[in-house]
Design a protein around this ligand. Structure first.
Ligand code: AMP
Length: 364
């Protein structure tokens, strides 16, 4: 069995590892010759829209998928003309544009922060009046890890914010004073079977995910089932096949969907050690038409992202119950270079081990 993947970052690298266990060979296409997935599988180095390269890419494949949201939809469409692509091009197109995503959430009755589309500074001003202060200004497309967004605390922040988003088509969105951020990793098979991992608690700083705790502590069963219900509505409506992640804000009034990702997700990395079947394996199972694996979780997991600087891996490995994943990327500020998962019997065990991991990362 051969699966082609557009995009070849660390998500692809972890898909390749999961694929090997399932006897599935992966082939990647991405423009950067140093792409992390290229260390674990065949990598075709080409721009996504290079038609000759795409033809070479699909040759001999059984299925195709993607691990990067910003691939041009036209490239995916071109692949989909020749071979089954899962998740669908439509799922990608919705997730690529925050306005489409919001419209999809609203259509399916999934609560989401109020927002107004703004294609000009004048429209942003009008949007701000409707949404009220404080607010977030976010580009509709190509925003990730906090890029392309700006907090608007007072009216006079808007002009600076408009420069931050470089005048690109944007959304003015209500600022949500959330209690915490949660996400759900869901998966749907080609037969319509669905499975969910427990909600994960996520901590960001400067717009980048730093730490996840799974299962999120103190989640009422009604909140978990509500998140699953929202995910199921999306999965069924999009006739989705593969892993889908949804990020939520938890508020005293319930969950608000912030965004979705039509791919395996950073807040699901803990599933490699923490669940019966990892998100990567379940994605490949779904894409290749297999039954899903169990999403049962054992113990509690903490996942710490390694960002910007190479850590002392030797010292990290000395900490009990710690699993180090380095992606082989060149260090750069704000770049995700790896992640560390801690698995323990209880929350206290996770907190203790995570404190030790953080001390090593902080070079103390
Ligand atoms: P996003 O790119 O939409 O995931 O935003 C990155 C991070 O910015 C989120 O994880 C939140 O921490 C924060 N953020 C985004 N939108 C809002 C909002 N409407 N209200 C408050 N914080 C937000």
């Amino acid at each position: 069995m051969r699966v082609g993947v557009l995009g070849a970052g660390q998500l692809g690298q972890m898909l390749a590892v999961a694929g090997r266990r399932l006897g599935i060979e992966l082939r990647f296409l991405a423009p950067d010759p140093l792409s992390p997935a290229g260390m674990r599988a065949e990598l075709i180095v080409a721009e996504y829209e290079n038609e000759a390269a795409l033809a070479h890419f699909v040759d001999g494949l059984d299925f195709a998928t993607y691990e990067f949201e910003s691939i041009p939809a036209s490239a995916l469409r071109s692949v989909a003309e020749r071979i089954v692509v899962r998740p669908s091009v439509r799922a990608l197109e919705i997730a690529q544009d925050r306005a489409n995503e919001k419209e999809c959430f609203e259509r399916l009755g999934i609560p989401t922060p109020r927002s107004v589309v703004a294609d000009s500074l004048r429209e942003a001003r009008a949007g701000l009046e409707m949404v009220g202060l404080p607010a977030m200004l976010k580009t509709r497309r190509l925003g990730y890890d906090g890029k392309g967004q700006s907090v608007i605390r007072q009216n006079s922040d808007l002009e600076r914010g408009w420069v931050t988003v470089a005048g690109a088509p944007s959304l003015v969105e209500a600022f949500i004073p959330f209690t915490r951020e949660l996400s759900i990793i869901a998966v749907r098979s080609a037969d319509g079977e669905v499975a969910f991992y427990p909600l994960v608690e996520n901590h960001h700083s400067e717009g980048i995910l730093r730490f996840s705790l799974a299962p999120a502590p103190g989640v009422a069963p009604s909140v978990q089932s509500r998140a699953e219900d929202f995910a199921k509505r999306l999965l069924d409506d999009l006739e989705y096949v593969g892993v889908l992640a949804i990020e939520f804000f938890e508020t005293p009034d319930g969950l608000l969907a912030n965004e979705m990702a039509p791919r395996v997700h950073n807040t699901g990395h803990w599933t490699i050690e923490g669940a019966d079947t990892s998100q990567f394996e379940n994605h490949l199972r779904a894409v290749t038409g297999m039954h899903l694996g169990s999403t049962e979780v054992h113990g509690v997991c903490g996942m710490v992202n390694v960002i910007g600087q190479e850590p002392d891996v030797g010292r990290l490995r000395e900490i009990p119950d710690v699993h180090v994943h380095m992606y082989g990327k060149t260090p750069a500020p704000r770049r995700k270079l790896g992640h560390i998962t801690v698995v323990a019997a209880d929350l206290e065990g996770v907190r203790n081990a995570v404190a030790k991991v953080r001390a090593v990362l902080a070079r103390k």
